[in-house]
Design a protein around this ligand. Structure first.
Ligand code: RIB
Ligand code: CA
Length: 314
């Protein structure tokens, strides 16, 4: 096996975050250095607890989990209980977490880890608002040239927004943080709604996960059946978009995705378009490319990967 990819997942669980974490836990190609949590789908007190519950579910009780920012850099926190339920992880009934919460702040863990690991060796996968990442870059600008890559879920272009007509949730919650991260010069792979809206759970795909029959798989199926009702009622779709696991799947099987290098700017001024990701997909400006923007995937291959890997968990 090639050397394992070192990874920190920054997350606001969230059912789709849970599947991303579990996919990573089930993949020996990845060396997960820690999980950092941020306020987003639900407040930080719940996102950190949910992350620890997900570690318990996978039997990863030694996984270092850190609490980070409890509010955006410069805006009031907006949450998404309407999508994820009051706990943020509605669906299965999970026991209180046993995986401990680390004392250190998530931002300090990010900085210390990037400084201590080999230069360029660590991937950060933010799958919630980018507050922790921006705070780390502000506190330690030297890490920008040491981070290997950022593989993030957020934004949208052809698909517009999901929390406003113009903005996707992760970017909308903290647009200032997103603007600073996209301007930091770190190699970024962006998984926007344009690709995640093609990664739909569907009843058949959820049933295939449930058919694995393990504790973890049944809990995931329960999560998805709760989570997808929002999109089914809102869009009349069959299932819901499985956003966050696209980042981990890209690290494992990049060939199932396609995209192009683009310039991406973030709206931080207008109330009407606050948090919009302005993607120069057609290269109509000479703005520098700052992200590889993913637009499509092989959805069957994506769900095959997720199902195969979930089957490895208890
Ligand atoms: O817009 C989708 C994103 O917002 C996902 O990361 C989901 O978990 C929520 O955080
Ligand atoms: Ca998320």
């Amino acid at each position: 096996m090639a050397s394992r990819q070192k990874l920190i997942i920054d997350t606001d669980p969230g059912q789709d975050d849970a599947v991303a974490m579990l996919l990573a836990f089930a993949s020996p190609e990845l060396d997960i250095l820690g999980i950092t949590t941020v306020a987003g789908n639900v407040p930080l007190a719940l996102t950190q607890e949910n992350a620890r519950k997900i570690c318990d579910l996978a039997g990863c009780v030694d996984m270092p989990v850190f609490a980070g920012a409890d509010e955006p850099l410069a805006r009031r926190l907006v949450t998404a209980e309407h999508v994820h339920g009051s706990t943020g992880l509605d669906g299965p009934v999970l026991p209180p977490p046993t995986t401990p919460l680390q004392e250190a702040h998530a931002v300090d863990f990010l900085i210390d880890t990037i400084r201590s690991e080999d230069n360029g060796s660590v991937t950060i996968a933010p799958i919630g608002p980018l507050t922790n990442i921006a705070m780390a870059l502000r506190k330690a600008p030297d890490i920008a040239e040491r981070i290997g890559q950022i593989v993030m879920m957020g934004g949208g272009y052809f698909e517009g927004g999901n929390i406003t007509p113009a903005a996707e949730f992760n970017i909308y919650v903290d647009p200032q943080a997103a603007a600073e991260v996209f301007a930091a010069g770190v190699p970024i792979t962006m998984m926007p709604l344009d690709v995640t809206h093609k990664a739909m759970t569907t009843a058949a795909r959820t049933a295939a996960i449930r058919a694995i029959g393990s504790k973890t798989a049944i809990a995931v199926a329960d999560m998805l059946e709760f989570y997808e009702r929002f999109d089914e009622e809102k869009y009349g779709s069959d299932g819901g978009p499985l956003h966050d696991p696209c980042t981990i799947a890209w690290m494992l099987e990049p060939e199932i995705f396609s995209g192009r290098h683009c310039n991406v700017e973030i709206e931080t001024g207008s109330d009407l378009t606050m948090g919009m990701t302005v993607v120069d997909w057609w290269q109509v400006t000479d703005r520098p490319h700052n992200a590889f923007v993913v637009g499509d995937l092989d959805a069957d291959a994506f769900f095959r990967l997720i199902t195969d890997r979930l089957a490895r968990l208890p």
